[in-house]
Ligand binder design. Sequence first.
Ligand code: URA
Ligand code: ZN
Length: 388
Amino acid sequence: MASTKSRVVDVHTHMYPPSYIDILRSRSEIPVVRSFPQAPDHPRLVLLAAEQPALDAALADPTAAVQPPGRPLTPHYADLAQKLHFMDTHAIDISVLSLANPWLDFVAPDDAPGLARQVNAEFDAMCASRPGRLFFFAALPLTAPAPAILESVAHVRGLPHCRGVILGTSGLGEGLDDPALLPILRRLADADLPVFLHPHYGLPNEVWGPRAAAEYGHVLPLALGFPVETTVAVARMYLAGVFDAVPALRMLLAHSGGTLPFLAGRIESCIVHDGQLLREGRAGKGKGRRTIWDVLREQVYLDAVVYSEVGLKAAIGAAGGAGRLMFGTDHPFFPPLESDEQGEWESVGLNARAVMDAVGEDSEEARGIMGENAVRILRLEMDQPATL
Ligand code: URA
Ligand code: ZN
């Protein structure tokens, strides 16, 4: 029977299973896990291209008093008990776990299918160990040949706790507007597996300027590079007609769609005023062309990981209502730096506060965004059939 208490669901929450951490430990290039004497408490997890200068500096002189690269690899990244503790601390009833970036994007084509199978099975087993509390978005072996990717879709479709797949923006190497990706998106759509689109690659380091590596921490790549990457990826899909080609495709966009809620109007205006698109019959109003607004309202869900009321209100507007927004934490990223990691996280509080401020504390909309939308959209009821 459905509970009358509204549930809190975290749809944006990552883990690296221990086997994946082992792979990162065995590597010498980003993504990599490595220990540095400057930071003896935890090994460091170095993920982003923007962290290359800091990695180079630390490797050039391992004893120098430089800021070590990356972030501390605490148990929050790989330990299931720690995930549950985090959920309990923040009154999160259900988490939809996903492998964190860069997923299997760097894995050699021959190794990717086997690793995907193992990682996805590990996620399903983790979920099975906490009935009703955990589901997951699977990772796909995108460097492998298409038949192996399709086989992986079939595999995860049969895992009882899988509720979709997490994808980065690189697709098969040419981005998400690559026609070669269409059969895979079609298969995902047919299998009722939504795509959780998440950034990793950001923008080229030159964009951040010569002072960034030494002075600006991770702020520019994370605050700006990530959301712009997502925005570009979805705009490319839209311009290529992917949403029309796969009308059953459903996408959940990380970080409230990057900057799409703010820029959709500009994208639409640039289309309508583009001579080439007009000549090619791709810009006209009417004639069945779905605007980017239509696509956002019909095929896209947004997480509520935007940290402010202003951004969240824009996201609700762009998605066509609070019913398409879903709360997330981005755990284990953005831990508190000045208080106990085992206590409440300010980053979580900011996102929850934004929901309350945007739609009102005891409102139906708030209950929806905080969890009930995810239960409905991702079919998280315990007593439903295991497969979608
Ligand atoms: N940094 C990352 O690398 N990934 C996230 O999901 C959040 C922050
Ligand atoms: Zn994330």
